[in-house]
Design a protein around this ligand. Structure first.
Ligand SMILES: [Fe+2]
Length: 313
C-alpha cells in the first residue's frame, strides 16, 4: 500500500466531524477498483456479503426498492449490467476476499488518527458501492460515523444540517431503535436551499457530521465508490442518549428531551437504554429479503424478473 492515501494539505482538521469536509485521496491510483478487480469481488462475494438492488417506480408514482441476485452472470457480465442498466451492488467485507481492502481501511484510519486531534475509533468497516448512471440514493441519515470515497465517475451529494426540520430528534430515535428504516426520513424539496452540495469527483472523499441527512444523484456514468463507517466513544454516547430518549418518549410520553451526553444525565440514560434492550422490548425486525430478479446484461435495466423467494440474513 502506498503511503499516505489522503492529502491533508490545507484541511481544517478542527472541522472534522463538525461540518462536511471534502478531502483529496489517492484510492483511484490503486488497482483495487479496476473492472477486473470488481468482477472478482462480485463473483467471489458470499451471498451474505452482497446486495444487488434496483428502484422501481410504481404506477402511483411511489418507488419500491427491489433486491436481486447475481445468478449465472459472470462478474464482468454483472459489471456490464451495472454500466448499462439501473442497478447497484453493495459489497460488504471485501477484505474477506482480498486482504488489501483491510490494509486500505487500516491505513485510512491510521491517517485520520494521526491528523485529527483526539480521533480514536473503537471499530470501523469498509463497503464497496458500484452503481449505474443516474442512480439516486434518497434522503436519509446513517447511525454510525460515515465517509464516502469517490473512485470512478461523479456523483452529486447533498448534505443537510443535523437539526429540525431536516432531522427531528424523534425520527433519529426511531432509526436508532430500529423502528424505522433509515430511508424513511421525511424530505421536502425546500430543504435543498440549506444543503451543502458537492459534485464529488474521483479522488475526493466527503466526511459529514454524525447523523447528517444526505442524498445522492449519480451523474450519467458508472460510479464506483466505497464507504467507511466507524464508531468512537463520542458516537457511542450519542447513540446511547438518543436511544434512551426514544425509550423515555415512548414510556413516559416526554416531549422535550436533552441530547446532552455527559455527567449524571448520561449515566442515567445509559441505564435506561441498557434496561430497555435487556428487557427484550427492542423491536426485533426480521432481516429477510425478497429476492425477485437476476442480474442480466442483455436486459435494458440490467435485470430479469424471477419468482420471488425469501433470503434470510
Ligand atoms: Fe448514507
Amino acid at each position: 500500500m502506498m503511503s499516505p492515501i489522503m492529502d491533508w494539505d490545507g484541511v481544517d482538521v478542527d472541522q472534522f466531524g463538525k461540518s462536511s469536509l471534502r478531502i483529496r485521496h489517492r484510492a483511484p491510483e490503486t488497482d483495487l477498483f479496476s473492472d477486473a478487480q470488481l468482477a472478482k469481488l462480485i463473483e467471489q462475494a458470499p451471498r451474505k456479503n452482497y446486495h444487488v438492488e434496483t428502484m422501481e417506480k410504481r404506477d402511483d408514482g411511489s418507488v419500491k426498492r427491489r433486491e436481486g441476485e447475481t445468478g449465472e452472470a459472470s462478474g464482468q457480465d454483472a459489471l456490464n449490467a451495472v454500466k448499462n442498466g439501473s442497478i447497484w451492488y453493495l459489497i460488504l467485507h471485501p477484505e474477506e476476499i482480498d486482504p488489501r481492502y483491510g490494509d486500505l481501511v487500516d491505513q485510512i484510519y491510521r491517517e485520520m488518527a494521526d491528523h485529527v486531534p483526539g480521533f480514536k475509533v473503537a471499530w470501523r468497516k469498509i463497503s464497496i458501492l458500484i452503481s449505474s448512471p443516474k442512480i439516486n440514493v434518497g434522503y436519509h441519515c446513517d447511525v454510525p460515523g460515515q465517509t464516502l470515497w469517490q473512485v470512478r465517475g461523479v456523483k452529486k451529494v447533498y448534505v443537510y444540517p443535523v437539526k429540525p426540520p431536516f432531522l427531528h430528534q424523534a425520527n433519529l430515535e426511531k432509526i436508532i431503535m430500529k423502528e424505522a428504516n433509515e430511508i424513511s426520513l421525511p424530505y421536502e424539496p425546500s430543504f435543498d436551499d440549506e444543503a451543502t452540495v458537492y459534485d464529488l469527483q474521483p479522488g475526493e472523499m466527503l466526511h459529514w457530521p454524525l447523523n447528517a441527512p444526505h442524498r445522492i444523484c449519480n451523474h450519467d456514468c458508472l460510479n464506483v465508490s466505497f464507504t467507511t463507517e466507524h464508531g468512537t466513544a463520542d458516537t457511542r454516547r450519542s447513540y446511547v442518549v438518543n436511544y434512551a430518549n426514544g425509550v423515555l418518549r415512548r414510556s413516559l410520553g416526554l416531549k422535550k428531551l436533552s441530547q446532552h451526553d455527559s455527567g449524571l444525565a448520561y449515566w442515567t440514560k445509559f441505564g435506561v437504554a441498557s434496561a430497555y434492550r435487556l428487557s427484550g422490548m427492542e423491536q426485533k425486525r426480521s432481516r429477510g429479503f425478497d429476492i425477485d430478479f437476476k442480474v442480466d446484461p442483455s436486459q435494458p435495466r440490467g435485470i430479469r424478473d424471477i419468482e420471488a423467494y425469501e433470503l434470510k440474513k
